[in-house]
Design a protein around this ligand. Structure first.
Ligand SMILES: Cc1cc2nc3c(=O)[nH]c(=O)nc-3n(C[C@H](O)[C@H](O)[C@H](O)COP(=O)(O)OP(=O)(O)OC[C@H]3O[C@@H](n4cnc5c(N)ncnc54)[C@H](O)[C@@H]3O)c2cc1C
Length: 318
């Protein structure tokens, strides 16, 4: 294959799409069973509730759009029904419980789960291999795009320079209840709390009103439990019940670990490209991230630059 993209999150799919749009044959490889990366939705199974078979967003909570090209992309997704406007207001909680409602930009979600945004956007001309844990750069590709967190990319190519940008971990705890027993919220930022930072109402997010909440554990607490994420479940469930004043216990709970959940900052450059123009890195620590939008912009820009290189133009990373 002339071009190999490793990483099937939104940056990798955007990169692969930009390459095929320019007429380049692309092989997209990802180690997951399904594409999506951190825009991850898991399907509920064996919960003992009537919600088995339903998808829950356990990675990114939502996304926002401010760049004109991404706004245009989001409009296309919204028109197709892949994406929906969720809310522009979240609650804020402090030590004494819910304190305020704060407005912000429109947050977008996906009725079938955020993973489907990534899956649905793959250009049919892209050759995709899943369940493919790449251990070394392929020899047979003219250009290679590594679309993943930088620490993961550096394991594949030591020539990528280190970055001072720190990545924080998150443990996402999914709580499935028998019924809704909390005030009307879309999401709650939990401030000054050593256990939780955020609770999303997944039923409101997805639009089916299922009694499902997803809580994000504080990065410091998460960092101490990456080897055994389920150990934080009791504290997380207590935090959810306390914050939302819920009497019942969840019927089913699960914890998912994200070692590289979010970079704390991002480079302004849209991507990194090696001096010989053969290997590039894209993702949410570029393009002024760290957000879904930045990952899309970064992957799209890297794909266009690699295509230009293959067409004989001089590559540049800004
Ligand atoms: C808990 C959590 C909450 C978040 N909340 C938000 C939010 O509210 N709003 C927002 O905008 N963003 C949020 N984000 C960030 C958002 O998810 C990311 O910015 C975006 O999804 C990054 O996409 P990406 O393609 O750059 O990377 P990823 O989605 O991480 O994709 C990288 C892909 O590379 C693959 N991969 C890695 N190594 C290999 C290998 N060796 N071989 C094969 N495949 C490999 C992985 O399987 C993965 O699919 C959140 C993230 C997390 C984890």
């Amino acid at each position: 294959m002339p071009a190999t993209v490793i990483g099937g999150g939104i940056s990798g799919v955007a990169c692969a799409n930009a390459l095929v749009a320019a007429g380049v044959d692309v092989h997209l490889r990802d180690r997951g069973r399904r594409l999506g990366g951190r825009m991850a939705s898991r399907t509920l199974r064996d919960t003992g509730t009537s919600y088995d078979g339903r998808a829950v967003d356990i990675g990114a909570s939502y996304f926002t759009a401010r760049d004109p090209s991404f706004i245009a992309q989001v409009k296309t997704w919204t028109a197709a029904g892949t994406v929906r406007e969720w809310t522009d207001a979240f609650h804020v909680a402090g030590p004494s419980g819910i304190e305020a409602v704060r407005s912000g930009p429109m947050r977008y979600a996906a009725p079938r789960g955020l993973r489907t945004v990534v899956e649905d956007m793959v250009d049919p001309r892209v050759r995709v291999t899943s369940d493919d844990d790449v251990a070394a750069l392929p020899d047979d590709a003219d250009v290679i795009a590594l679309c993943m967190p930088l620490p993961q990319a550096r394991r594949l190519h030591a020539g990528i320079p280190e970055s001072p940008i720190v990545w924080e971990p998150v443990i996402a705890v999914t709580c499935v209840f028998e019924e809704r027993d909390w005030m009307e919220i879309d999401g709650v930022f939990v401030n000054d709390d050593p256990v939780l930072t955020w609770i999303a109402d997944d039923g409101r997010r997805r639009g089916d009103d299922a009694p499902v909440l997803v809580a994000h554990v504080h990065p410091v607490l998460s960092a101490g439990h990456l080897a055994d994420p389920s150990a934080v479940v009791p504290q997380a469930v207590a935090g959810v019940r306390r914050t939302l004043d819920i009497g019942a216990y969840p019927a089913w709970v699960d914890a998912h670990r994200w070692t590289y959940a979010k970079p704390l900052d991002a480079h302004e450059d849209p991507f990194w490209l090696s001096d010989d123009g053969r290997v590039g890195v894209a993702g949410d620590m570029w393009a002024d991230g760290p957000r879904v939008e930045a990952a899309w912009l970064s992957g799209s820009a890297l794909g266009a630059a690699l295509a230009a290189r293959m067409a004989g133009a001089s590559p540049h990373s800004r």
